[in-house]
Design a protein. Structure first.
Length: 252
């Protein structure tokens, strides 16, 4: 694993940060290429993307700090953006809030814009999870499976499990999200799930994450063997289903 890509003097380039940036950048390039097919203006898309980046990173970092407050208080440098440490749902909901406000202010329909952008969300996640793999975060539990991997002792995974082979859950997530990107992109371009692709993505992703938590080794256990996300899954799936039902009608 290569947590540090290279150094220039005292300036360090972390592999995690590069892949997160690459995820945002490549997703934006694809969205830019297809924007005219969905009547999306370039200036609006550029501004919206900056909002998604800033709110997504800030929300993800804030929720991660809240969930790991004792660790943060003992080591404040753990909150550095380029070194990892994000809670996806924190970024998801904060980005959703600020993006919705900007979309309404700009006179666009939230359902139409989200229908256009939804496939690019799992694409960005697929690329970003490769950064998690190189960083050794978002790691799995020990396994005897032949594809179990060991991580450097300097990584979060190595610090927790030493040199034991563990599930490469980052790669599981990356592969799943790339397949999800292709699935949603094809649905959108074929006109299926018209204007409610976003809640469909939410339902699929939450289901996958709840299952992935079975083999994740860095999760917060709340009750018994249930992780915090698994405990919240019935509520989140209910929210997603109601959301999907509400967006059944085609917006004007």
């Amino acid at each position: 694993m290569y947590q540090i890509l290279f150094r220039i003097g005292h300036f360090t380039i972390y592999t995690y940060g590069i892949f997160v940036a690459l995820g945002f950048f490549l997703s934006f390039l694809l969205a830019w290429k297809e924007k005219d097919n969905f009547q999306i203006e370039g200036e609006f898309l550029g501004n919206l993307w900056m909002i998604l980046i800033i709110a997504g990173l800030a929300g993800g970092k804030l929720l991660f700090i809240i969930l790991h407050l004792p660790d943060f208080l003992s080591n404040p440098t753990s909150a550095e953006f380029w070194r990892g440490g994000f809670a996806y749902l924190g970024g998801f909901f904060l980005a959703l809030l600020f993006a919705s406000l900007y979309i309404r202010k700009s006179g666009y329909s939230i359902r139409r814009v989200s229908y256009f952008l939804t496939p690019y969300i799992p694409l960005g996640q697929a690329i970003g999870r490769i950064g998690c793999f190189f960083n050794g975060c978002c790691y799995g539990k020990p396994t005897s499976m032949p594809w179990g991997m060991t991580f450097p002792l300097s990584s979060p995974a190595g610090y927790h499990y030493g040199l034991l082979p563990i599930h490469p859950t980052q790669l599981y997530a990356s592969i799943f999200n790339f397949i999800l990107f292709l699935f949603l992109w094809k649905l959108r371009n074929s006109g299926h799930q018209k204007f409610r692709l976003f809640p469909l993505y939410f339902l699929i992703y939450i289901t996958f994450r709840a299952l992935l938590d079975i083999v994740r080794g860095d999760t917060i256990i709340l009750i018994g063997n249930l992780t915090l996300l698994q405990f919240l899954t019935p509520f989140l799936l209910t929210l997603g289903f109601l959301w999907w039902r509400k967006w059944k009608s085609v917006p004007t």
